[in-house]
Ligand binder design. Structure first.
Ligand SMILES: Cc1ncc(COP(=O)(O)O)c(C=O)c1O
Length: 379
């Protein structure tokens, strides 16, 4: 039989290498109920071709919702519904880049975004980075130098908030510097984890701090369900019009109209807020369980506790060898070099706490400790 889903884990392995949701946290009943209500309420309009930038009820709700979770509210004409952050990135990079261009990326960064960008035939270069994230002045100089050498540098991709894989968020002053330093480079801000903050206020997006030249990608994959293939972007109204006028949008309308109608109903009936606040609590407990278990079993291990998102970014000498031994003990982690374009990350492992219960995460930490050379674990 052909598979139904993307991830099929190996028997007996607690796989912290994948950034997927805990199946028990997917809103099966609430979504089923809400979708059937939405289709009945919308009737044929829920099933026909949708308005190019997304159905009105979702755009109107998003405009208010984003105002509540970010530094400013978009107007409805600054919004465009996508089939998820990945499709948003594919679409935006198609519009902005040509093969042979240089695209700057933060480092470390979401490894599968690197694949999406590589598919465009562009050269990926790490933006200069320091402890606070992308170094704005050095990145502007790099872009100038590349242009002086005859290259086009149309875009920079960054996961500035609850970064995948590091969990880090760029401080607000650095955000302000970055949005004003880059001239002629569109910042594509992957904001997938904004609503999964566990420790208080979440910094405003780069998009909310800039008047133009930032496209922010949002997603419902982490807050509702990845299988919906649904997300949105915010950008200036002119850029949104460019997207909406593309031939394939003109041909097919909104890229995921029926799911977008269902999401609008899920949100406007209060189910979205209720679900996301439950998720925040559940993932906070998972983060705390893995942090405490690693500190107890491997007190020497270094990592920063992320204030949101799904990942711990562990500093481990010879990470590839440790990952191999950990897998033999029944725990999977991702090796750090996958998240770099410049050969870095050999001393890092990404551990996701999203897919398992706190108890299973404690078990994973115990197995991980057993896979380290003696002397690095507790006792
Ligand atoms: C930073 C980041 N961007 C995008 C995605 C994928 O988002 P979507 O499912 O909306 O395409 C992920 C999922 O792991 C992610 O971590």
């Amino acid at each position: 039989m052909l598979p139904v889903i993307q991830y099929t884990g190996a028997e007996g392995v607690l796989d912290l290498g994948w950034g997927h949701p805990d199946p028990s946290l997917l809103p099966v009943e609430a979504w089923a109920e809400s979708t059937s209500e939405a289709i009945r309420a919308g009737g044929w309009k829920a099933l026909t071709y949708g308005y190019a930038p997304g159905p009105g009820p979702l755009l109107e709700w998003l405009a208010v919702h984003i105002g509540a979770i970010d530094g400013r509210a978009p107007s409805p004409d600054e919004l465009f519904v996508t089939a998820g952050a990945s499709q948003g990135l594919e679409l935006v990079s198609t519009v902005l880049t040509r093969p042979g261009d240089v695209v700057l990326v933060d480092s470390p960064t979401y490894h599968l975004a690197l694949r999406i960008l590589a598919d465009r035939g562009v050269e990926l270069r790490a933006a200069p980075t320091d402890a606070q994230g992308i170094d704005a002045a050095a990145t502007a100089r790099l872009a100038d130098d590349l242009r002086a050498a005859g290259r086009r540098v149309p875009m920079l991709y960054t996961v500035a908030t609850f970064n995948n894989p590091s969990g880090a968020s760029m401080p607000v002053p650095r955000r302000r510097e970055l949005v004003s330093a880059l001239d002629g480079v569109t910042i594509v801000e992957d904001d997938t984890y904004r609503e999964l903050g566990y420790d208080g206020p979440v910094p405003p997006s780069l998009w909310s701090l800039a008047s133009a030249d930032v496209v922010r990608l949002g997603s419902f994959a982490k807050t509702v369900a990845p299988g919906l293939r649904l997300g949105y972007l915010t950008a200036d109204a002119g850029f949104v019009r460019r997207l909406a006028n593309r031939g394939y949008i003109d041909s097919g309308g909104c890229v995921n109209h029926t799911s977008a109608m269902a999401l609008a109903h899920f949100a406007t009936t209060g189910r979205y807020e209720a679900h996301v606040s439950e998720l925040r609590e559940a993932y906070r407990l998972r983060r705390d369980a893995l942090v405490a278990a690693l500190r107890a079993t491997v007190p020497t291990i270094e990592f920063a506790v992320p204030a949101g998102g799904w990942f711990l970014w562990l500093r481990v000498p010879d990470a590839a060898a440790v990952a191999r031994r950990a897998l033999e003990r029944g725990v999977g982690m991702s090796t750090g070099e996958r998240f770099h374009v410049d050969g870095g990350g050999g001393d890092r492992l990404r551990a996701s706490f999203s897919m398992y219960s706190p108890t299973a995460l404690e078990q994973a930490a115990t197995r991980f400790a057993q896979s380290l050379p003696t002397g690095r674990r507790s006792g």
